[in-house]
Design a protein around this ligand. Structure first.
Ligand code: ATP
Length: 237
């Protein structure tokens, strides 16, 4: 399989705190990769580093064989990598449609934008019914859908998602994971960070377990789900 993204020996520092201590991951094209681990393990920091949002970092981050570790966040988005941040971060005072179109702000291909908007409305029919509603008045689940939809409007190749199921009711959690699978089936590569280890391992082709800034385990999702260490620490069984 063609490797799309490679992170090699990544270190991240926040002032004096050494938050990521040498993480290496590989994301092949077309798959779902997940990072699981307890609070503070460094999952978000890893995604934010790839997205160019972390200042103090060392290591190699290469995307389609190009070193992107020193590129600005804008340039990284241009390359086709998008981050759906934790806590949704939509624009509360803009309408659903305005939020979605902001996701396409770097694009000039009108036809492609139209096609992706239709696709987003197919994935999230609720958004289609609410195009004029202010983002901030949507329910938590709807805002999560809007955040995902906005990310897809940039026509990314690699979609990074930070805790997309956080704070959602169980029925919505299932919906979000079904949609992640569908987005992947439509050709997008996914790097997913989740606290919901069971659901994440269930859909992931390959997974990494992080503990205090390091990878302690890795393997296919279906293997890790059976691993006694993972079951005890992250699945509560
Ligand atoms: P969570 O699931 O709680 O979001 P996480 O696995 O995503 O956790 P990170 O958010 O990456 O973990 O945090 C890793 C470590 O870095 C933590 O100890 C955290 O306190 C620290 N950290 C993260 N962001 C900052 C920051 N901006 N300034 C200082 N320390 C930070």
């Amino acid at each position: 399989m063609l490797v799309m993204l490679t992170v090699k020996d990544l270190h991240v520092y926040y002032g004096g705190i050494h938050a990521i201590k040498g993480i290496s991951i590989e994301v092949p094209q077309g798959v779902i990769i997940t990072l699981i681990g307890a609070n503070g393990a460094g999952k978000s920091s890893t995604l934010r580093s790839i997205a160019g949002l972390v200042r103090q970092k060392n290591g190699i981050i290469s995307y389609n064989d190009e070193d992107i570790s020193r590129l600005s966040p804008e340039k990284i988005v241009e390359k086709g990598i998008v981050l759906v941040p934790e806590g949704r971060k939509i624009f509360p005072n803009l309408t659903v449609m305005e939020n979605l179109m902001l996701g396409a702000y770097l694009r000039k291909d009108e036809e492609g934008i139209k096609r992706d908007l239709e696709w987003v409305f197919e994935l999230f029919p609720r958004l289609k019914e609410r195009t004029w509603q202010k983002g901030g008045t949507l329910s938590g689940g709807e805002q999560q859908m809007l955040a995902l939809g906005r990310a897809l409007m940039g026509n990314p190749q690699l979609v990074m998602m930070d805790e997309p199921s956080l704070g959602l009711a169980p029925i919505l959690v299932k919906e979000v994971f079904d949609i992640i699978k569908e987005i992947n089936a439509q050709g997008k590569t996914i790097l997913l960070v989740e606290q919901n280890a069971f659901a994440a391992l269930n859909i992931a082709h390959y997974a990494y377990v992080l503990e205090v800034g390091q990878i302690v385990l890795k393997g296919p999702g279906e293997e890790l789900i059976k691993n006694p260490q993972v079951r005890e620490a992250y699945l509560g069984v």
